[in-house]
Design a protein around this ligand. Structure first.
Ligand code: FE2
Length: 244
């Protein structure tokens, strides 16, 4: 497995992201895709939990409502769907293996809005292209250097008794679309994402899928994980340590 160079670390500090091409082999990607497909083919989703996931504030609040399906997903595999795959009654309109959200982001955002730490920005996103990601099928876009100016809003758990399970504090700035640069990457590539860098992905308008696997890692030393985050560790599944 490749290691990163001093130059790459420097680039990450400047840009807020780092592209590592060919980090995983094609076989490793296929194995991850197969595992995802097996989980999806076996998924059982209660009708009242057929939640559409969106980073758009209003839609998110409405779609998630008071469903604890979302808030209790910390130690379970839960499924969030693309828009338009379920009818009003929660029935699938397309085959369920094609229904899952692309684990992608449509609207511009900073991960630290959703995963808050004290001090800020102790999280690092890993985004693995399990297939070629292109401008046509929904690769990531970034505003280079946008990780240095803090965050403007946070998503927090709403007080119990509220009509929604989460709410936003602060406001989302209007980003200048011309500042985003696309980062197409071939299968097996890894993109490291600073917790405060502004990024997005466009909708997949092509005929080819763009599967990706993404997760976040937190620097736990001298860091606290906000109790107001939607995602919480549980006694059954605490956040696993990568090293001690
Ligand atoms: Fe993100």
């Amino acid at each position: 497995m490749a290691s990163v160079t001093q130059h790459q670390i420097q680039k990450f500090r400047e840009d807020g992201f780092l592209v590592l091409e060919h980090f995983f082999t094609a076989e490793e990607c296929d194995s991850m895709r197969n595992q995802i497909q097996r989980i999806v083919s076996e998924m059982e989703v209660p009708p009242h939990c057929r939640t559409e996931f969106s980073t758009k504030e209003e839609e998110q609040l409405r779609a998630q409502g008071s469903s604890d399906y979302f808030l209790t997903s910390g130690d379970k595999i839960r499924f969030f769907f693309e828009k338009g795959v379920l009818d009003e009654r929660g029935n699938f309109l397309i085959p369920k293996e094609k229904s899952i959200s692309k684990i992608g982001h449509v609207t511009p955002h900073q991960d630290a809005t959703f995963l808050h730490t004290q001090p800020l920005g102790r999280i690092l996103g890993f985004w693995i292209a399990l297939e070629d990601a292109t401008r046509e099928n929904g690769c990531l876009w970034f505003i280079p250097g946008s990780h240095t100016s803090g965050i403007t809003r946070r998503m927090v758990r709403a007080a119990s008794g509220s009509s929604t399970c989460v709410e936003f504090v602060g406001s989302e700035p209007a980003y200048d679309n011309s500042q985003f640069i696309p980062l197409p990457i071939s299968k097996g590539g890894l993109i490291l994402i600073h917790g405060e860098v502004v990024h997005k992905s466009e909708l997949n308008s092509s005929g080819s899928s763009r599967h990706a696997f993404t997760f976040h890692v937190m620097e736990a030393k001298d860091t606290s994980w906000s109790k107001e985050n939607w995602l919480q560790p549980t006694p059954e599944l605490p956040f696993p340590s990568l090293y001690t």
